[in-house]
Design a binder for this molecule. Structure first.
Ligand SMILES: [Zn+2]
Length: 242
């Protein structure tokens, strides 16, 4: 194996250990739970806002209904007074007033019907509002508790991560710059390990990259045989002959 690769391989061993420690944090089940709680909290918050809007429109309806009711009561009382002042023998005039009173009464019972309809609607809205608020509080508590657990888990892992990072910083100094840069660009794509052996078969007629498992091209094979190291033309990993 090419001399300059040994230090890279030593580095890779420690780097993979670091990657595993970081994965334990990033792929922790708690991340999913935290995201779920955040989503559920945000849904509940939207429900609260929606029911608040509906409640506002119901209140506006009640206010209008109240005004309409007061006006009609006034009109009705006026008609009552007018009726009392009308000559008892003036049948035509009395009939006209009574028919107006009848119309008003119909309008009032129509309003009553609408109000009772609104009553069940507003009960529903209040129920929905309280439920969403309660759910929102619960989800916020779950979110906070999961977040805390996740942070405690990270805290627990940090000494090891810091130690590995320190080690890597030291090891980096001895590595060939070009190889190291290639290594960094490969691992940036989360391809671990980035440096792998090329296996020969058919008595050395072909080589396969043990990273992606595919056979190299003739060009890569020639370079590999000449220099002992090159990039896989399929996955771009650094491959070397053992
Ligand atoms: Zn490959």
């Amino acid at each position: 194996m090419v001399e300059k690769l040994q230090k890279m391989l030593d580095y890779q061993k420690v780097d993979i250990e670091l990657r595993r420690a970081l994965d334990e944090i990033e792929r922790n089940e708690l991340n999913r739970k935290k995201e779920q709680a955040r989503q559920a909290f945000s849904d509940a918050k939207n429900s609260v806002l929606e029911t608040e809007k509906t409640a506002e429109s119901i209140i506006a309806f009640y206010n209008n209904a109240q005004k309409y009711y007061d006006e009609n009561i006034k009109k009705f009382e006026e008609l009552e007074r007018k009726l009392a002042a009308t000559d008892e023998n003036d049948d035509a005039a009395r009939r006209e007033i009574l028919s107006q009173m009848e119309t008003l009464r119909d309008k009032m019972s129509e309003l009553e019907r609408k109000l009772s309809e609104k009553k069940s609607k507003s009960d529903e809205v209040i129920h929905g509002y309280l439920e969403a608020q309660e759910k929102g509080k619960k989800m916020r508590d779950i979110y906070n508790s999961v977040k805390q657990k996740l942070e405690a888990f990270k805290e627990e892992k940090m000494p090891k991560i810091n130690e590995l990072n320190g080690k890597l910083g030291e090891m980096e100094k001895g590595i060939d710059k070009t190889v190291f840069e290639a290594y960094k660009s490969i691992t940036a794509e989360r391809k671990y390990p980035a440096v792998v052996a090329a296996r020969s078969f058919d008595g050395g007629k072909s080589y396969t990259c043990s990273g992606c498992g595919l056979a190299t091209s003739q060009k890569v094979k020639d370079e590999l045989l000449e220099k002992g190291v090159c990039r896989c033309d399929n996955c771009r990993r650094i491959i070397y002959t053992e």
